[in-house]
Design a protein around this ligand. Structure first.
Ligand SMILES: Cc1cc2nc3c(=O)[nH]c(=O)nc-3n(C[C@H](O)[C@H](O)[C@H](O)COP(=O)(O)O)c2cc1C
Length: 236
């Protein structure tokens, strides 16, 4: 079978790992694969905290409710939806476009899109701008076909979570292809883990924690169940 499909079909949420070290090179390959995932407007609105030192790993595992995959993993990756990085990312892409000799038109178009994004994505104090923008978009939607951009802070986190989750899936498939195993986890104390990592409630939301390691021989690989294809596919 195709190698990518092998990794997709072999991947399982592994609940018990062997203590193995993950080299710097392997870590870079895994995180590099994560950031190659598609993201809305290529905004890459995430950060990955790679927790590998024994003391920090133990502290984070405790905040993952002491779950076995967290306690036995070689590393824990905390995937964070990050709204703080948005303007720096747009600046970075603009700089890269200039260095790469993109045409003036393309640069201007990108600048305009980034500016519109900044205005649209600004919830404002107490979400006031979001409420005004929502009313305007609803009125406009009565007249024409339009998409609703993320307006409130909650919308923005939902928006960033989509791109972060795609990066997480890339990360897990890459780890599998490179001979490692993973377990995604949403069982964690979000408030305490955010505090531990020094995250701001305004800009950051933890999407999931991914335990990475080598599957233990004691891991019970139960059969994988999925809903039948006909129950999830709707062909129009
Ligand atoms: C968003 C998300 C959160 C999850 N949280 C946990 C978790 O906290 N602890 C855990 O042991 N597994 C967790 N899992 C793993 C699922 O239980 C697992 O993917 C599912 O049962 C299917 O098994 P498979 O991945 O081996 O096919 C999570 C998976 C996802 C996608």
């Amino acid at each position: 079978m195709h190698e990518t499909l092998d990794a997709i079909f072999q991947r399982r949420a592994v609940k018990l790992f062997e203590p193995v070290e993950i080299s710097e090179g392997l870590r870079e390959q895994i995180l590099n694969a994560a950031r190659h995932a598609p993201s809305s407007f290529n905004s890459q609105p995430y950060k990955f905290y790679w927790v590998q030192s024994a003391a920090k790993k133990a502290a984070v595992a405790k905040l993952c409710l002491g779950q076995k995959p967290a306690e036995t993993a070689s590393a824990l990756v905390v995937a964070v939806a990050d709204l703080e990085s948005l303007s720096a990312t747009a600046q970075g892409q603009l700089q890269w476009m200039r260095w790469s000799n993109f045409s003036e038109k393309k640069i201007r178009d990108y600048e305009r899109t980034a500016k519109i994004g900044r205005i649209l994505f600004m919830p404002g104090p107490f979400g006031i701008f979001a409420a005004i923008k929502r009313a305007l978009f609803r009125a406009l939607n009565l007249l024409k076909v339009i998409g609703m951009p993320p307006l409130s802070r909650q919308d923005l986190f939902k928006w960033a979570t989509k791109s972060t989750s795609l990066a997480c899936q890339n990360l897990m498939i890459a780890a599998e292809a490179l001979g490692m195993n993973t377990c995604p986890m949403e069982g964690f104390d979000a408030r305490r883990l955010s505090q531990y990592l020094g995250l701001s409630r305004r800009h950051h939301e933890i999407v999931m924690v991914i335990a990475i390691g080598k599957k233990s021989s004691a891991h019970d690989d139960s059969p994988q169940w999925r809903r039948p294809l006909h129950e999830t596919e709707i062909v129009l």
